[in-house]
Design a protein around this ligand. Structure first.
Ligand code: SF4
Length: 259
């Protein structure tokens, strides 16, 4: 694939100002900062996906955290949710180090990319449906660029799941009807496009020009979000997360340790 395309997309995303409420919030947070991070220059912009352009496994969250990704400029970096996620990726052999604290900390992901359907930190971690829809073209474009290599996806939480399914359909995969419900441990097979290259099941999709012959099938996995609410209460344990990541890595053809 054209490696420069995904990098170019990431740069374009980082300049986006389409959502007035989120632009105001992300910049306000960057100005006021949290006392513990008073010496940081916050990123304060949309946070692009992180990971190699030929990733076989994609992890989809919700949106950057105000003092995590919105501070550091990297997905799930600098907050408790990210601590849990990257630790688990490291434990199953998909990350070069267990911590993700800053964009220049040397972390590399092995065949994995991390992204979200909304690229700006929202107030109370809740983007509106309109903001989710405004950001969807970025997500669809990212999926199209990853399509030649992508074989499995882990979606963290119901919001990401609902945002992801139409985007996968628009990017060329065939999403079952009725659309499968989110659940921790859910596993859904999305077939590649029909031979004519047409996404058959989403009339609102980007259409025939958006797909090519390079989209293989995809295994979609549901996992509870790595939010503090879920991890502190034990709703999502490290073992549960490792189990999903290992299964998804195996589906993607990546070498990973058992969960
Ligand atoms: S949420 Fe997405 S569409 Fe809205 S301003 Fe941020 S990057 Fe742009």
């Amino acid at each position: 694939m054209d490696r420069s395309s995904l990098a170019a997309l990431d740069r374009r995303i980082a300049r986006c100002r389409a959502c007035p409420r989120l632009v105001a919030w992300r910049e306000e947070v960057a100005r006021t900062r949290r006392p513990a991070f008073a010496d940081w220059t916050y990123w304060g912009r949309p946070v692009p996906g992180f990971g190699p352009p030929d990733a076989r496994l994609l992890i989809v969250g919700l949106a950057p955290a105000a003092h995590g990704g919105n501070r550091t400029g990297r997905m799930f970096t600098g907050d408790r949710s990210g601590d849990v996620l990257y630790r688990a990726l490291y434990d199953v052999g998909l990350a070069s180090q267990p911590d993700s604290v800053a964009r220049d900390d040397g972390l590399e992901l092995h065949g994995v990319r991390v992204t979200s359907p909304v690229h700006c930190a929202p107030p109370a971690n809740r983007p509106t449906p309109a903001e989710r829809d405004a950001c969807r073209p970025w997500f669809e474009r990212e999926l199209v660029l990853l399509r030649p290599s992508l074989r499995a996806v882990v979606v963290l939480g119901a919001f990401g799941w609902q945002a992801a399914l139409p985007a996968f359909a628009a990017a060329g995969w065939r999403v079952p009807r009725p659309r499968p419900a989110f659940a921790h441990g859910a596993r859904v097979r999305l077939a590649g496009p029909d031979p004519a290259g047409r996404p058959v099941d989403d009339p609102g999709s980007a259409g025939p020009d958006s797909v090519g012959p390079d989209a293989a099938g995809l295994d979609l996995f549901g996992c509870f979000h790595v939010s503090q609410r879920n991890t502190f209460t034990g709703r999502l344990t490290p073992a549960m997360l490792r189990e999903v990541l290992s299964a998804a890595a195996a589906a993607a053809g990546l070498p990973a340790a058992p969960g």
